[in-house]
Ligand binder design. Structure first.
Ligand code: FAD
Length: 418
């Protein structure tokens, strides 16, 4: 299709990157959001642009880890069971994909998207002079126990040999010498030099600035309801305020996307996976690099302007309560590892709904029903880290350009059956 007009539904990181690359390809772009630009899950996440996150959650160890976590009264992983066929269908699909083979295949789907995105962040941040606290300092997976450290050696071998993503092993004092903010006596850590991070809310504000300067129309506080169709094409996007006519559309509505599955003509198996973060002033002994405490599922992001603890995963539907016990869990987990786990003052307490697919792979491709509508959703725990590659792929698909990645693993029709 030659560049015409396009309306992007959803202004999270996926919508924003799609808008950027479509604009660069010559499209006349409008992006709209029911709330504010970048105020969904893309606002308060941990900010990792981490090609090391190749392996999806579904895998041979996922069920054991989940059961263990579910048995903890206030564990980092929670499911609030309810009589909802969408949740049960999602769980059934998830369990079916917890095999070694499926995990490896999903890794091969994610790896090129992560690699391409990492390079595009570096390039676009430099070219557009995005002031977003970008730091290419790597990331350390920290283990409290020697057992956990030893077990991860198998995963490291797999990541090195299968995907070419090796980590440097840091045992005992090597770890505290590398990161003095950590307490002595921990099991060790694995350092991924390739990873980077940024401040997500600053990044989204900068994307907004660049898109405005490039002539993209940004509409906020406007909710998409449905498409008006002519045959196998969408003609307009009907919102609560107006009808927006365009040659093409992109559905980038994150965890909300299943609401449109009838419109899109395929099953959108996405569940909201609720996670939390607390942003604080920097403690005096602030970590130098981002840290993930694997055994307690807490992620630490040292930013230029602040310090963030994040994580936890709760399948509780579209529940919008900010639960204090979940925030406390982050602080308690961090206290096991860090000399100074919290900073002052508390700047923001936040939750977001991750768009979780049962196979851990995003959905990127044309709607089976409407040929001029691209779906770009379901980016799980790595939507920031895979956002730029996704946006570029969306622009290539709509423009009819050669695709820089094989799109077949991301096909929207793959959840047609359980
Ligand atoms: C605690 C936590 C930490 C995380 N850390 C990281 C990390 O370090 N690195 C990483 O890569 N990922 C991380 N993630 C995951 C990442 O945040 C998500 O994958 C990503 O933000 C998803 O982007 P999105 O654009 O698809 O969704 P969103 O950012 O949620 O955007 C979707 C937008 O669509 C809008 N919308 C929905 N319905 C409608 C409608 N009907 N009309 C108009 N607008 C609509 C919403 O308002 C929203 O703004 C983390 C998530 C959490 C919760």
């Amino acid at each position: 299709m030659s560049a015409g007009s396009v309306v992007i539904l959803g202004a999270g990181v996926i919508g924003a990157w799609s808008a950027y690359f479509l604009n660069r390809a010559g499209w006349q772009v409008t992006i709209l959001d029911q709330g504010g630009f970048g105020k969904g899950c893309s606002h308060g996440n941990c900010g990792y642009v981490s090609p090391s996150h190749v392996l999806p959650i579904p895998g041979p160890k996922a069920v054991r880890t989940a059961i263990k976590a579910l048995l903890q009264p206030n564990g980092p992983f929670k499911i609030r069971f309810r009589l909802d066929p969408a949740l049960w269908g999602w769980m059934f699909r998830f369990l079916r994909r917890c095999t070694y083979g499926d995990m490896i295949r999903a890794g091969h789907a994610l790896h090129p998207l992560l690699q391409s995105s990492r390079a595009l962040y570096e390039q676009v941040i430099r070219e557009e002079k995005l002031d977003c606290e970008w730091q290419a300092r790597g990331l350390v997976l920290v283990f409290r126990t020697r057992h956990g450290m030893g077990e991860y050696a198998t995963t490291n071998k797999l990541l090195s040999e299968e995907y070419g993503v090796p980590a440097k092993r840091l045992d005992g004092e090597e770890l505290t010498a590398f990161e003095p903010a950590l307490k002595p006596g921990l099991g060790g850590g694995w350092f991924y030099e390739i990873d980077a991070h940024l401040r997500p809310d600053r990044f989204m504000a900068e994307m907004r600035r660049v898109l405005s300067e490039r002539g993209v129309t940004i509409l906020e506080g406007q909710t998409f309801r449905e498409f008006r169709r002519a045959g196998h094409r969408a003609e307009t996007a009907v919102t609560d305020r107006e009808e927006l006519r365009a040659d093409a559309f992109v559905v980038a509505t994150g965890a909300w996307t299943p609401r449109f599955e009838k419109q899109l003509g395929c099953s959108i198996s996405i569940e909201p996976g609720k996670g939390y973060s607390i942003t604080m002033g920097k403690p005096a002994r602030c970590p130098r690099v981002p840290l993930i405490f694997e055994e307690h599922r807490v992620a630490v992001t040292p930013l230029d302007s602040a310090y963030r603890l994040g994580s936890t995963m709760e399948f509780a539907g579209y529940d919008s309560t900010l639960r204090r016990d979940r925030l406390e869990l982050l602080k308690a987990g961090a206290a096991i590892y860090l000399h100074e786990p919290v900073g002052k003052p508390v700047l923001e307490e936040w939750f977001g709904w991750r768009p979780m697919t049962p196979d851990g792979v995003p959905i990127i491709g044309p709607s089976p029903l409407l040929g001029n509508v691209i779906i770009a959703a379901g980016h799980n725990m790595i939507g920031l880290a895979t956002g730029s590659g996704t946006g570029k792929l969306v622009a290539e698909m709509l423009s009819g350009e050669p695709l820089h990645l094989d799109p077949s693993p991301y096909g929207p029709a793959r959840f047609a059956s359980l």
